[in-house]
Design a protein around this ligand. Structure first.
Ligand SMILES: Nc1ncnc2c1ncn2[C@@H]1O[C@H](COP(=O)(O)OP(=O)(O)O)[C@@H](O)[C@H]1O
Ligand SMILES: [Mg+2]
Length: 403
């Protein structure tokens, strides 16, 4: 390496000495692209086969698999490589990846696609103010210029759930254009208009969850890139690092999910940085797990409205008092509403009606926060409703206090 290339390293080393344990912290982010994909040979090959046939015939595939099994990362690996290879063989292929999480509505998605297909000197396509037919017509005229257009809708269940399935119809009805969908909900297409579903003729590609060795290798690759040498104490001679192996095993036992494994590695890194321990040990992993869990709650709870937080707080407080041994984990709804009211009053806020609060409870149930039960107690009391929190009450309280 020349002096010039070395200078950067010299400066960086001096500026960061004693301050950071990281060499490349971004490698612990979920969106960071890993240099190699582990344990996905079968999926990559099948995907490659499917995609390469899209040049001759229009065909659509549906990728399914649980969260964190590498669906997104594999598609993002394959599509641009196919586009490049086709180009080298004189074929005009355009591949477009869209995360429907970020761009959920039909017009947003279509405008995004058109802006990727248009020539640089053509006018930008607006995502508002156009009739659907105008997008359809434009897409047809743009797609004609290519041998194949391949569009990937990641998290496709989101627009379908919201009734924006027009985008799927448009893509399927456009000549030269094929669709790759990704979802972790195996039944997402049951919500489609049956006419669209039959046109789609989706072929399915299932991604398995990861086993322990795969999760370990994914973690090891990231750790070696992310941390400075010697921070994670790998045994000499290429043996396995016990802490990383533990993370892999924990995440295998839960769901075989690379996403949670990476999150746990990142949280472990933060604790290492704080000097909690000198390596990733069982004690440190345990603490990191708790922090990830609380952070997950904080994220979910952060999105709740103020009164929803009050109500959740009331449920948690009552559940804390209830003794699980006496079978009283269920909190009486009437008491929860009462406590909510006194919390809201204490905070100087207007008290919401019971009806509003019940719709909040419907939402909590939908999010999987709680379960409701009506228990017949006989007599003239009627059938009171009870609420059972499905989460760790202590952690939820911590998260509520933080949010
Ligand atoms: N086979 C793999 N090799 C390396 N990293 C992977 C692999 N599979 C997943 N990852 C990483 O794990 C995280 C989750 O993967 P992702 O593709 O987003 O999963 P999914 O889309 O199935 O939920 C990402 O940060 C990704 O880079
Ligand atoms: Mg994904």
């Amino acid at each position: 390496m020349g002096v010039q290339a070395n200078l950067d390293q010299i400066f960086e080393k001096a500026l960061t000495q004693g301050k950071t344990i990281y060499k490349n912290k971004e490698a612990l982010e979920l969106k960071w692209t890993p240099p190699r994909l582990i344990g996905r040979d079968r999926e990559l090959e099948a995907l490659g086969q499917h995609v390469s046939r899209m040049i001759d015939t229009q065909r659509n595939i549906s990728i399914l698999g649980t969260i964190g099994c590498g669906k997104t990362v594999c598609v993002k690996y394959v599509l641009p490589r196919f586009e490049k290879k086709a180009q080298a063989f004189g074929k005009k292929v355009k591949t477009i990846y869209i995360s429907c999480h970020d761009v959920p509505s039909t017009s947003d998605i279509l405008a995004y696609i058109l802006n990727r297909l248009k020539k640089p000197d053509e006018r930008k396509i607006p995502n508002r103010g156009w009739y659907q037919a105008m997008y359809v017509e434009k897409l047809e005229s743009y797609a004609e210029r290519f041998d194949a257009v391949i569009i990937c809708l990641d998290e496709v269940d989101i627009p379908v759930e919201r009734g924006y399935d027009g985008v799927i119809r448009t893509i399927v009805e456009t000549p030269n254009t094929s669709l790759v969908t990704i979802s972790n909900k195996p039944n997402w297409y049951e919500k489609l208009d049956p006419r669209i579903e039959s046109r789609l003729q989706l072929r399915e590609l299932h991604f398995d969850s990861y086993d322990v060795p795969a999760l370990y290798s994914i973690l090891e690759d990231r750790a070696r890139i992310a941390f400075k040498d010697g921070i994670i104490k790998f045994p000499p001679g290429g043996g396995q690092h016990e802490g990383l192996f533990n993370i892999a095993k924990i995440c295998y036992d839960v769901a075989g999910d690379a996403r949670s494994a990476i999150e746990l590695l990142r949280a472990s890194g933060e604790l290492l940085e704080q000097g909690y321990d000198t390596d990733i040990t069982p004690k440190l992993i345990e603490k990191a797990r708790k922090e990830v869990e609380v952070a997950g709650f904080v994220k979910q709870i952060g999105g709740l409205a103020l009164h929803q937080k009050f109500l959740l707080y009331a449920i948690c407080e009552l559940a804390k008092l209830a003794k699980p041994t006496s079978g009283k984990m269920y909190v009486p709804l009437s008491k929860a509403l009462q406590l909510y009211k006194s919390i809201a009053a204490k905070k100087g806020k207007e008290i919401l009606t019971d009806r509003r609060l019940r719709t909040y409870l419907d939402q909590f149930e939908m999010y999987g926060f709680i379960e409701r039960k009506t228990i017949s107690e006989g007599g003239r009391k009627g059938r009171p409703t009870y609420i059972k929190p499905l989460f760790d009450v202590k952690k939820c309280l911590e998260a509520l206090e933080e949010s």
